[in-house]
Design a protein around this ligand. Sequence first.
Ligand code: ADP
Ligand code: MG
Length: 338
Amino acid sequence: MARINVLDKDTFNKIAAGEVVERPSSVVKELVENSIDAGSKEIHVEIQGGGEELIRVLDKGEGIEPDDMLKAFMPHATSKIMTADDLFRIRTMGFRGEALSSISSVSKVLMRSRTEGSDGREVYIEGGDLKYEKYSPMDRGTLIEVRDLFYNVPARKKFLKTRSKEAGTIGEILSKIAIAYPEISFSLVSDGKTLLKTYGTGDQKDVIRQVYTKKIQENTFPFHEEFDSLRISGFVGNEEISRGNRSQQSIFVNRRLVQSRTITVAAENAFRAFATVSRFPFLILNIDILPEIIDVNIHPQKAEIKFEDDRHIFKVVFDTIHKTMAEGLKRTFDVEPE
Ligand code: ADP
Ligand code: MG
């Protein structure tokens, strides 16, 4: 048997990074979530080469204190929780303090940030090593540039798809985040071309129109129901805009984009009671629930969550979608005489 060896920091960080940073879109997601947590109402994303060459995120959030700039890149460094108990009171998108340390260990990162009342600071980190740190004036907020993703992990680079596919995935993820945060204006520019622009009107319906099409917006039924421990709202499409796959479905729990079999199956079963062919509905489904009765810490990319009472969630989703479809179709039928 070989002897046990404790991995050095560099090796450990690269392994940990593999869980958080799978591809350029995972970097965009983590950075944008940080900008949201910083309270920014404006988030600009620019990418080059599908994000492999460059990912730049600029926000107008609260910024990072100069003394904290380097700490932000340490593993398990977070301003969002103090103890494990806080995991059940999560109101932020981030909480594990792993994104910046992971990203910076597999790329070249420049970060510039300024808080209200402090001087701006800039740091540059390559493959996890600090190259320089300096004073740098800027407006309040944070700018982060991630270059040459996976330059030091060739095995990972090989698994990336074509640059235009990676850019497409970034567009999809950012669109969904924009839907979850209608009060924030987002932009995405890829190789100089604007792929997405939302205006932060606060109305999810406007974002659906900006992200999808007028036709889709016109063929959806809104819903909004409140129960003791949760609120459910969103839009479900009629059969005309249904699809052969689930690409037009987004589920948000406490505004976090998640995958949930329980919710998907409940919504689809309810939808199919009104459909003539077996296709997948257009769906935007927001659940706002007490953080105490969910577990958000079961997946490295936070893409899955666990509900304390799965059956209750299933019933709430099924009943809401069923009722919405029934009433929506009835209204459509009433205003369009044969
Ligand atoms: P987490 O989001 O889980 O706390 P990250 O590694 O993503 O961990 O970020 C580490 C810390 O850096 C955050 O807790 C936050 O304090 C700070 N930070 C990162 N990005 C920003 C930003 N855009 N604006 C303000 N603070 C930020
Ligand atoms: Mg984060």
